[in-house]
Design a protein around this ligand. Sequence first.
Ligand SMILES: Nc1ncnc2c1ncn2[C@@H]1O[C@H](COP(=O)(O)OP(=O)(O)OP(=O)(O)O)[C@@H](O)[C@H]1O
Ligand SMILES: [Mg+2]
Length: 266
Amino acid sequence: MFGLFNRPELELDTSGNVPMVDICELDLVYENGHQALHQVNLQIQKGEFVFLVGTTGSGKSSLLKLLYRELRPSSGNVLVGGLDLGDLARNEVPYLRRSVGVIFQDFRLLGNKTAAENVAYALEITGTAKRKIPSRVAQVLELVGLSDKAKRLPSQLSGGEQQRVAIARSLVNQPSLLLADEPTGNLDPDSTWDIMQILSRVQNAGTTVVVATHNQQVVDLMRKRVLVMKRGHLVHDLARGAYRLDGRGSGLHVDQPSTPFSAVEL
Ligand SMILES: Nc1ncnc2c1ncn2[C@@H]1O[C@H](COP(=O)(O)OP(=O)(O)OP(=O)(O)O)[C@@H](O)[C@H]1O
Ligand SMILES: [Mg+2]
């Protein structure tokens, strides 16, 4: 079982000597001929927290899919921890998924498994020794504040709790990179803030975090690096950014918030 995962050439370089994400002259053209990404160049360093924003269809999910090797670049390079994902064969993707955690707007939990079983499953499929699984599961469920609900099925949990299970599942293999595609898209403001605090703690523990979101208030409050996409182009890269969408539909405008943080209600 262990031999299956013993592929040192597929290990990410997490020393910090290479960027965690290194994207160079990336184009993505879908099979139907639609070009979703144009000449994207981007570096994200180990331990950063980055928001990816932009109007619908601007290419956020496409970019994330390239980072977990759901898609391959049409041209250009996508490197994660020095590993060129364009070279990765489909059957090598599980190696990457140990180091790159992913969470989605719709949680994607297995409905017939409890919270603990959903998390354990991520360890089972990466070949973790059985005896190590219960303590690792307990540890991450505690991290997301769900120790007391470990035995519940997803249908017995709120949306925010389900997302916390999904985060626990994404973290249980101790990934170097955590990707989140609109993780709070289905959640109320309180749960949204809970999830963002958890993601912030994940960053503080050393994991690189990339979050695609439409939630302007979250971006404005957290003051992290913000990447702005527009029609497949990366148009802004702000060190401690904020954004607002122009209600008149003339596109995305980058701004510094004029509202004091304490006055913004999530
Ligand atoms: N499988 C596909 N085949 C063809 N075109 C696609 C495919 N998936 C996405 N697209 C197109 O690529 C563009 C970028 O889509 P993407 O899903 O990356 O946008 P997004 O920024 O995540 O949008 P949203 O905010 O709505 O989630 C859109 O024009 C979309 O219609
Ligand atoms: Mg999307």
